[in-house]
Design a protein around this ligand. Sequence first.
Ligand code: SDX
Length: 392
Amino acid sequence: ATGLVTLDPGYKNTGSTTSAITFLDGEKGVLRYRGYNIEELAEKASFLEVAYLIIFGELPDQASLTKFQTDVTNHTLIHEDMRKIFDGFPTTSHPMVVLSSLISVLSTFYPGSMESNRSDEEVYMSIVRLIAKVPTIAAWSYKNEMGHPVNYPDNSLNYGARFLKMMFALPTQEYDIDPVMVSALNKILILHADHEQNCSTSTIRIVGSSLANIYASVASATNALSGPLHGGANQQVIEMLEAIHSSGATIDEFMEKVKNREMRLMGFGHRVYKNFDPRAKILKKACDDILSKMGIEDPLLDIAKKLEKIALEDEFFIERKLYPNVDFYSGIIYRAMNLPTDMFTVMFAMGRLPGWIAQWKEMLEMKQPIGRPRQIYTGENERSFVPMSDRK
Ligand code: SDX
């Protein structure tokens, strides 16, 4: 192709596609999945109901939801041969590495997913398998890290309760499902479910555009999410709050470091939201609710609130339109749920999974061409080969 190439590093001003899945308004702080505001969905829907909505486009009627729930429940087990692969990971493995590796490995157990002319049934089953098996893989990656025996999914429980039991049940004692934690998990997964063309979603669209199978495409998105500027930020936020708490440094001293760019205020700022991230608003309130219901006093929440208050009144942040994003409060809730910090981004991936799947599916249904942007070359002009004897 010839003609002008417009450079746009990071695609800050590039629309990569049309999409009917998620609408967000960065100025007004609006986020809707298939037209429904997240405020309503987070209060009134279940995560599987929202996953169905995002992937298939409509809120399911009772029969469709029951079928989807049953299909997911019947596929929560992972093939026993995957245990051998699991056992190969050192306990020092970051759960995001285990998660993306094993999502990729799933394709070897379902060869039908590798065909480029996959049937609709094959696509539906690979969607069900991912939604069903990612929580099992996530919980097992945690058990691998703890050196604890893995728990098999208890299919008498709902999605959230089943995951928490796989995560925290121990052979040494009864595990009681805490409804506060189940409802907090449901809400936080819904809030992460999609976010239009963010880094990891753009990744799944471009990897999927080569007709790579769905498991490879989701594994690629998982890897993109693991970066500290993206999904990895929720782990960074807590580590930042813990550092402030343990260092005894005052918040003003910390803010000075941020303002002279020694570090970033993790969990703040957003490419699109130049006002409050609506998810952060909901999560901030959820923090207060959950911690008070669980009778937890978390000093990091107080530090977070002080940081937010200062940042919202400080010229440096105001002129850069930096507000708390989804990652700023989510870590506080994960801590209340006794999750270790390196599982936080895994929780983000579990929540974002339906969004990745929906965007992958939409890209294929739109028959979009393989992603292949251009560049402006700034390297050397033509030159001849230099024999070793002549090299300096
Ligand atoms: C997610 O895209 C999505 O939708 C992502 C996400 C999703 O749901 O998929 O919403 C999830 O990834 C949320 C973001 C999580 N990341 C963080 O919290 C990490 C900290 N935030 C940033 O690094 C930053 O704000 C980004 C990456 C989120 C956005 O970066 P941009 O849009 O590329 O903006 P930038 O890096 O060019 O910064 C603009 C200015 C710069 O100032 P100058 O150097 O020009 O003077 O703002 C400053 C930056 O230095 N800045 C910050 C800052 N974020 C930006 N300064 C201090 N602390 C920060 N957090």
